[in-house]
Design a protein around this ligand. Structure first.
Ligand SMILES: Cc1cc2nc3c(=O)[nH]c(=O)nc-3n(C[C@H](O)[C@H](O)[C@H](O)COP(=O)(O)OP(=O)(O)OC[C@H]3O[C@@H](n4cnc5c(N)ncnc54)[C@H](O)[C@@H]3O)c2cc1C
Length: 474
């Protein structure tokens, strides 16, 4: 390994790779890259580099590898486990893929799109729609998260119920390894059993094994009709019954099934401008259902109405509103997506992104609520999320009026309570947001020694000098 250069000369060499305009060193310019959405992690960096091509990414990583410079890949900076921002030392450089923002190709016949890592998710959705097709990944941050980040986190979101997480939406990848070698794996094949499926190693690796520069994404037939409903229910048990009934009525056409509690709805109507309760009376719980039909709007409505009518007759739901227009459907979804953002207006919030087998969700919510309130009297659980995937964001807002810092100081204690229940139920403590820095200390508790050892061996094999996202995940 070469001598470690001074920061000055490292910055000069990086500047020569990307051009002076595309390296940021001024504290004001780098500040937005150093803090993540929840402001739980705030770091420092000697430079943010914004390469404009795969070749430039390769040159940056070669230099970083030679000089043992730690590199933090960043895409849209919406990640929720702190993995995309530099640590406090100032040594780590940020490699932003924001300028890799071309859609290289869209093959409507083959149903594929080749998008670079910096393309914003919403642009991928729009480009697919313009071609009469559909890209199903959908999440609250879709206006700012980028495809590279979505792949590196194996993002889930609300479309995962019918179409799967990002892992199932990627056919091929182009990746720069920590050594600067480029893996050209942009294959468009649905079937390809020639050896190990290398792309799956990088999907969900949270920037620790390579920098994704482009991907072949799967596109789907655009549904011809969509129907969305908001239903009021007595309990998560009733939501589970409704889910079974909706699946029986719509089968794979059930493309969304989300739940939220009354507390969550009240937070949204209080803090999200223009948001209103879709139902006349308050209910303890709500479900948002979406049915998509390959045939027509009428067909989608018919399936949804069948599910809701049966549920009303059986007493599973107390009331429901079916969106009468696309605009109203968007308003229902806005309530659900707004939940992630509004909690900060209610003071401190301790987060959990967990999954349990779908049928155990009611029991999980009941046990976790009871245990958390026993430990922190007055705490307000705000469980919500992708019930159809068994994935609940079990967030806990502080008791009104207490000191925010004192409440947040109990983060690990509350985590331990909730994660303990998850473990007893055979669930996961990191359902869709990943491990990052936030949950790194917990990985050893939920993975067997051999699994941890295999992860470390993989990391060492691909990143022998440990330069890529050190201190994250493993
Ligand atoms: C309001 C809101 C709602 C959200 N809802 C959901 C949801 O429903 N489902 C869900 O799964 N997530 C959700 N998230 C979390 C977040 O949006 C996702 O994790 C998203 O996929 C991150 O994409 P990003 O472009 O912002 O990546 P970043 O935050 O920039 O990076 C995330 C991780 O990927 C790595 N990385 C980034 N780019 C690359 C690359 N090119 N190559 C290698 N590694 C890279 C980073 O180092 C980091 O480890 C939500 C976040 C917010 C703020």
């Amino acid at each position: 390994m070469n001598d470690i250069p001074t920061s000055e000369s490292l910055r000069e060499r990086l500047g020569r790779i990307v051009g002076a305009r595309h390296i940021l060193t001024d504290p004001d310019d780098v500040a937005p890259y150093c803090v993540e959405p929840r402001e739980l992690y705030r770091g420092a960096t000697q430079a943010v580099v914004l390469p404009g091509s795969t070749k430039e990414v390769a040159a940056i990583l070669r230099l970083a590898n030679e000089t043992a410079t730690p590199v933090v890949p960043q895409a849209g900076n919406t990640g929720l486990v702190g993995a995309q921002v530099p640590d406090e030392t100032g040594r780590e450089i940020v490699l932003s893929v924001a300028r890799l923002d071309r859609i290289r190709d869209l093959d409507a016949d083959g149903g594929t799109m080749v998008a670079e890592a910096g393309v914003i998710l919403e642009r991928v959705q729009e480009a697919a729609a313009e071609a009469g097709l559909f890209f199903p990944l959908s999440l609250g941050a879709q206006g700012s998260c980028r495809i590279g980040g979505n792949i590196a986190t194996n993002a889930g979101g609300t479309g995962a119920l019918a179409y799967g997480s990002m892992r199932e939406l990627v056919l091929g990848l182009e990746v720069v390894l920590p050594t600067g070698e480029v893996w050209h794996g942009l294959r468009r094949l649905k079937k390809d059993n020639a050896g190990y499926d290398l792309k799956q190693l990088f999907i969900g690796s949270e920037g620790t094994l390579g920098v994704i520069t482009a991907a072949v994404l799967k596109l789907f037939a655009a549904p011809r009709g969509r129907a969305v409903a908001f239903a009021g229910l007595a309990s998560p048990q009733a939501a589970l019954k409704l889910f079974r009934g909706a699946r029986a009525a719509a089968g794979p056409a059930l493309t969304g099934f989300e739940i939220l509690s009354r507390t969550g709805l009240e937070f949204v109507t209080a803090h999200l401008p223009g948001a209103r309760d879709p139902l006349a009376e308050p209910h303890p719980w709500y479900a948002l259902l979406e049915v998509s039909s390959a045939r027509s709007e009428v067909d989608a409505q018919a399936m949804l109405e069948e599910a809701l009518t049966a549920a009303l007759e059986a007493g599973t739901i107390a009331d429901a509103a079916i969106a009468a227009s696309l605009d109203q459907a968007a308003q229902f979804w806005r309530i659900r997506h707004g939940l992630a953002e509004v909690q900060r207006h209610e003071g401190g919030s301790i987060k959990h992104d967990v999954s349990v087998p779908v049928a155990l969700i009611p029991e999980f919510i009941a046990r976790a609520e009871e245990a958390v309130i026993r430990a922190v009297p007055g705490a307000r659980p705000v469980p919500f999320g992708h019930m159809g995937d068994g994935n609940i964001h079990f967030n806990v807002s502080q008791p009104p009026g207490v000191d925010k810092a004192a409440f947040l100081a109990r983060w690990e204690e509350v985590n331990a309570i909730v994660h303990g229940i998850v473990a007893e139920m055979g669930g996961s403590i990191a359902a869709e947001h990943g491990i990052g820095r936030l949950k790194r200390g917990l990985l050893a508790e939920v993975r067997r020694p051999l699994e941890l050892d295999l992860m470390r061996r993989l990391k060492r094999a691909l990143d022998p000098n440990g330069i890529l996202n050190p201190g994250r995940v493993i």
